[in-house]
Design a protein around this ligand. Structure first.
Ligand code: ZN
Length: 205
């Protein structure tokens, strides 16, 4: 039986929010919802908690949707370790809880297991089947433990800002006397405007 509530909201509302935020009901975010729900219950909602997420895929969206921690406010750090795990911790005393997907437990839910381990091609494993497994499994495929944070707890502070003498944009002074872009360490070339392109837009737009 799917739960009625998840992260303090009706399940249907949660799924709706996931679809609006992510573009579709990604199984990883639904599973992540159960992880956030559990971790925040363990740590007590009154504690101002920061989050560390151990994969770039899906899980950060679950944290942003179902907790006050976002990349933009600096309360969530994302590690590119591809582990389906997250921690919430009290930013004052660095104690908290880690919740992770337990592969041994997940074996009891073949669709969930095959999806996560990428054992079956996407097109032969309908999302509805994966979601069924996740909503049935709920916390039973997860583990949790109490932790004390030893690294990655520093908040990224905004440093000194300087105006680049070459492009006149503001940038982090730590980059040097010119911004990275003007030092040739940028990531783009400007594309010259093409008259044909503008004409095309005028016709279509
Ligand atoms: Zn510059």
């Amino acid at each position: 039986m799917p739960p009625e509530m998840l992260c303090g909201r009706a399940l249907a509302t949660c799924l709706d929010e996931i679809e609006k935020f992510h573009g579709f009901i990604a199984p990883g975010i639904v599973l992540g919802g159960f992880m956030v729900d559990w971790a925040r219950e363990l740590i007590d909602e009154k504690v101002e908690a920061d989050a560390i997420v151990e994969t770039q895929h899906c899980l950060p969206d679950a944290v942003q949707l179902f907790s006050p921690c976002t990349v933009g406010n600096g309360w969530m750090k994302i590690l590119d370790w591809d582990k389906f795990a997250l921690s919430f911790y009290d930013r004052k005393n660095l104690t908290g809880y880690r919740v992770w997907l337990d592969l041994h437990k997940a074996r009891s839910f073949p669709n969930l297991y095959d999806w996560y381990m990428r054992l079956v091609p996407k097109k032969s494993l309908p999302i509805a089947n994966i979601l069924d497994d996740i909503l049935t499994a709920q916390r039973s495929v997860l583990c949790s433990c109490a932790i004390t944070i030893t690294r990655f707890y520093e908040r990224q502070k905004k440093g000194e800002i300087r105006v680049c003498p070459s492009c006149s944009e503001a940038y982090a002074a730590s980059q040097g006397t010119l911004c990275f872009d003007c030092q040739g360490k940028g990531y783009f070339h400007e594309t010259p405007e093409q008259p044909d392109c503008q004409l095309f837009h005028a016709v279509v737009g």
